[in-house]
Design a protein around this ligand. Structure first.
Ligand code: PGA
Length: 260
């Protein structure tokens, strides 16, 4: 498998699992162990794998994932370093649990917690400062897509959500159309390719830096059956996977696209 176009040789594709609010400790252990077994038996993949479980499972799963060279990530963090924020988790707490990554700006956070792109940028700055890599999510609603505003909406989200700090080494973008998340519906290949090109252009204009190593993941109803078609689209450097990541076999079926 060659490196996707638009990525520097050093920037490996990423397949990341977003378990969302799913999994008791036993479920989480079983899922992580199943995935670790598949990874250890499956040979080399030309991608990095990240698992982002609920916060209650982070520490519990750290060792089993680490033993299989699967990275650990959080699903969110606060924009403050610490303090009086009942119920929140700081970036440094994620690091303390063994995380190297954090998902920020997921549409469910934006919708359910009123997170704005300004908040996301502050969170990203704090996360980078703590040493985390950021998976920054953007995506249009169905109404934005239907009215022809998808590119503008996603471009604006990205411009504002990107922190001043960071580079293509520690920031990854995930394009996740809201209407494709958990619905079984996905944009066509031309729409995905066009959005990923647009994201690269906006990133370059906003960060005025080298865009070659930028990884842009696609997320929204990726499964083992459609993964190869999606991951073969030019400019798609991996996937952020929700529902299908709750089965080790299904998730592995997606990662296997990057196998020999
Ligand atoms: P899905 O979720 O794969 O279940 O559509 C993706 C996501 O929300 O990250």
């Amino acid at each position: 498998m060659t490196q996707p176009v638009g990525s520097a040789a050093a920037a490996r594709p990423i397949v990341a699992a977003n378990w969302k609010m799913n999994g008791m400790r036993r479920d989480g252990r079983d899922l992580a162990q199943g995935l670790a077994r598949l990874k250890l038996a499956g040979g080399e993949l030309a991608c990095d794998i990240i698992v982002c479980p609920p916060v209650t499972l982070l520490f519990e799963l750290r060792d089993v994932l680490q033993a299989a060279a699967i990275a650990l990530g959080g699903q969110d963090c606060h924009d403050a370093e610490k303090g009086a924020h009942t119920g929140d988790i700081s970036a440094r707490m994620l690091v303390d649990c063994g995380c190297h990554h954090v998902i920020l700006g997921h549409s469910e956070r934006r919708a359910n917690h009123g997170e704005t792109s300004e908040t996301v940028a502050r969170k990203a700055a704090t996360a980078l400062e703590a040493g985390l890599n950021v998976i920054l999510c953007v995506g249009e609603s169905e109404a934005d897509r239907d009215t022809g505003n998808a590119l503008d909406v996603v471009g604006d989200q990205l411009k504002i959500s990107l922190p001043v700090q960071g580079s293509t080494k520690d920031i990854v973008i995930a394009y996740e159309p809201v209407w494709a998340i958990g619905t079984g519906r996905i944009p066509n290949a031309a729409q995905i390719g066009k959005m990923h090109r647009h994201i690269r252009e906006i990133y370059k204009a906003t960060k005025s830096g080298d865009v070659n190593g930028l990884r842009v993941l696609y997320g929204g109803s990726v499964n083992a059956e459609n993964a190869s078609d999606i991951l073969s689209i030019e400019g798609v450097d991996g996937a952020l996977v929700g529902g299908a990541s709750l089965s080790a076999e299904k998730f592995w079926g997606i990662c296997a696209h990057y196998g020999e």
